[in-house]
Design a protein around this ligand. Structure first.
Ligand code: PXP
Length: 248
């Protein structure tokens, strides 16, 4: 059975929208673990649009399960990985103007560069995963570039219409079998939801599913009622004692 890596980037998205301190993804990671997360995933983007350097540092100190750091293959990021020593580094492609990670890493066209890059991280004892489309070419190239893991991109499956989904599902199933037969370990993720996760969860050989947006969205749905109730209670029953700063 696949384990669950919870991607908490979207908590940081809400914080950064106000440039404030809440919601803080660091204590939220603990809640995710209490809910059963087997790992916590964060993507430190070059533009720092959601997760910040301090988040990675504090999560490294507090995450009790596993910390998976997603990052682009840049000199700055390799240093951050070496400084923080996550349990897994997942190399992802990154474009400045994209809303989320689009498409898998083109390992086949950058094999030598990625191999040298991965080696620097692996030399510190950190295993490396490449986030790739589930094609034979990219899986083969990942093996040649020395990846320990591949994370198969489930976005095309998730976005496919009902009639096209079986074909996209088969690509992930076949990709998993191919990668396993080559000795690679396999994770998968992107675009998975409460509606589409079950068939993917049943694929034998996938070790971990990385899921973010749908879980954070659901947490608003299941938590909003209580959050409003708490605020309403403060407004209807304010405390009688003198509150800080309001009285001289
Ligand atoms: N895996 C990778 C490599 C990703 O970049 C992302 C998105 O940040 C995810 C998994 C999670 O995708 P989603 O937020 O759609 O569940």
């Amino acid at each position: 059975m696949a384990s669950l890596g919870v991607n908490i980037d979207h908590i940081a998205n809400v914080r950064q929208a106000r440039q404030t301190v809440e919601p803080d993804p660091v204590p939220m990671a603990l809640l995710a673990e209490l809910g059963g997360a087997d790992g916590i995933t964060v993507h430190l983007r070059e533009d720092r649009r959601h997760i910040q350097d301090r988040d990675v540092k504090l999560l490294r100190e507090t995450v009790q399960s596993r910390l998976n750091l997603e990052m682009a293959a840049t000199t700055e990021m390799v240093q951050i990985a070496l400084n923080n020593h996550p349990d897994l580094v997942t190399i992802v492609p990154e474009k400045r103007d994209e809303i989320t990670t689009e498409g898998g890493l083109d390992v086949a066209s950058n094999e030598e560069y990625l191999k040298r890059f991965a080696m620097k991280i692996q030399a510190a004892g950190i295993p490396v995963s490449f986030f790739i489309d589930p094609t034979h070419e990219q899986i083969q190239a990942s093996l040649k570039a020395g990846a320990n893991w591949v994370e198969l991109h489930t976005g095309s499956y998730a976005e496919a219409s009902w009639t096209k989904q079986p074909k996209e599902f088969a690509k992930i199933e076949e990709g998993t079998a191919i990668a396993k037969s080559m000795g690679l370990r396999v994770n998968a993720g992107h675009g998975l939801t409460y509606q589409n996760v079950e068939p993917i969860a049943k694929i034998k050989g996938i070790e971990e599913l990385n899921i973010g947006h749908t879980i954070i969205a659901r947490s608003l749905a299941v938590g909003l009622k209580e959050a409003v109730r708490e605020m309403k209670n403060l407004i209807t029953n304010p405390r009688n004692e003198e509150l800080f700063g309001l009285h001289s």
